[in-house]
Write a protein that binds this ligand. Structure first.
Ligand SMILES: [Fe+2]
Length: 365
């Protein structure tokens, strides 16, 4: 029997007991993707299954699923037809696809972002889920109560707009959970909770400097999913509409062509910025390099405060194409909530009670 009395075990407990409540005797399906794809490792799957059996005393079955696709995974659907599962634990990218958020009648779902077992022992795995949800609520409230929001970056991004109207319909798959969701009643629980709630881009105007390239939001699947760019391209935005892309001919033209190709594939309007949100978790793994795998880089670093990302291409959340803005500064009515990719916990009084309530957060700042 594995010893779970260590940081890895602490991460597993946080994932399987802190983020969700799975009663003894429940039936759990672990949907995992092949470790050779390079995203989720075997040890994570093995230890999750073991923890479910030995510590939670639940019944566990598992199924290997493939890459995300625009049609449901056949092996997974076959399992689900048995209608005997209370929970699905996704150790697979496809758990992030919108159709699972819409499935309110099926099993509850847990989508896992700690993709390697080693990450579970880091603060990304061990900082309690409810502490992260409280932090998220503080950030969301500060943003929602601002009159004016300015997003800048060291490379020349400057975009100004307003927070979500009080009743917002913005939502998306990788949208984090709110405190109310901590009642664990959401369809898909995401672990760890590590991004702010999306802010509609409808009122935002200015320019966003694109570097590294464009990545997919993961909403739908298309090929190639990414477009690396060699130099900076500037997206000019007026009230959430992309007016034009400026930059060296070759890169600007490649960006335009990528937008047209993706839009044509799905019959959508390309030149929209739907929304943006901010990474919250300083414990995010920073090792994937954009030049090695733009996809893995984007899908990993989006939870880091070092990045703010935009959902674009398509007039719906989360759209199909992501912009990743590095080292963002987010200014709320003249005060920086984020400065060069760091959450300014000292600058706002409300963070103090949050850190007092959850001292585990102090390790992050
Ligand atoms: Fe997102």
């Amino acid at each position: 029997m594995t010893n779970f009395d260590n940081p890895h075990g602490q991460g597993l407990a946080n994932m399987l007991e802190g983020a969700v409540t799975i009663p003894p005797g429940a039936s759990v399906l672990v949907a995992y993707e092949d470790a050779s794809l390079g995203w989720y490792d075997v040890e994570l799957k093995d230890r999750v299954i073991e923890y479910c059996r030995e510590i939670l005393s639940v019944k566990v079955d598992s199924v290997e699923v493939g890459l995300p696709a625009n049609t449901p995974s056949a092996p997974l659907e076959e399992k689900l037809q048995e209608k005997r599962f209370d929970w699905i634990i996704f150790l697979a990218r496809l758990g992030d696809q919108g159709r699972f958020d819409e499935d309110h009648d099926g099993p509850r779902k847990l989508m896992v972002y700690t993709r390697r077992f080693s990450q579970l022992a880091s603060t990304f795995g061990t900082v309690p889920q409810n502490a992260m949800i409280t932090l998220k609520k503080v950030v969301d409230d500060l943003i929602n109560n601002a009159t004016s929001i300015t997003i800048t970056c060291p490379h020349g991004t400057k975009l100004i707009g307003k927070p979500n109207p009080k009743v917002s319909k913005t939502g998306e798959s990788k949208d984090g959970q709110t405190l109310d969701d901590a009642s664990k009643d959401v369809t898909v629980v995401r672990f760890p909770a590590a991004v702010s709630t999306p802010v509609s881009a409808k009122t935002f105007s200015g320019q966003v400097v694109l570097r590294q390239g464009l990545t997919s939001t993961g909403s739908k699947v298309y090929d190639p999913p990414n477009l690396p760019i060699a130099s900076q391209v500037v997206a000019h935005v007026t009230r959430g509409r992309i007016e034009r892309f400026d930059g060296p001919d070759e890169d600007a033209e490649a960006v335009r062509a990528h937008y047209e190709r993706v839009a044509r594939l799905f019959g959508i309007e390309p030149m929209f910025v739907d929304s943006w949100h901010q990474g919250l978790h300083p414990g995010t793994d920073t090792s994937p390099m954009p030049e090695e795998d733009l996809c893995l880089w984007g899908e990993t670093l989006f939870t880091s405060p070092q990045y703010l990302h935009f959902h674009t291409c398509g007039e719906y959340p989360p759209g199909e194409i992501c912009w990743m803005v590095e080292s963002p500064t987010v200014e709320l009515d003249g005060r920086n909530l984020y400065e060069n990719g760091r959450i300014q916990v000292e600058a706002f009084e409300v963070f103090r009670s949050c850190l007092d309530q959850h001292p585990e957060l102090r390790a992050l700042f």
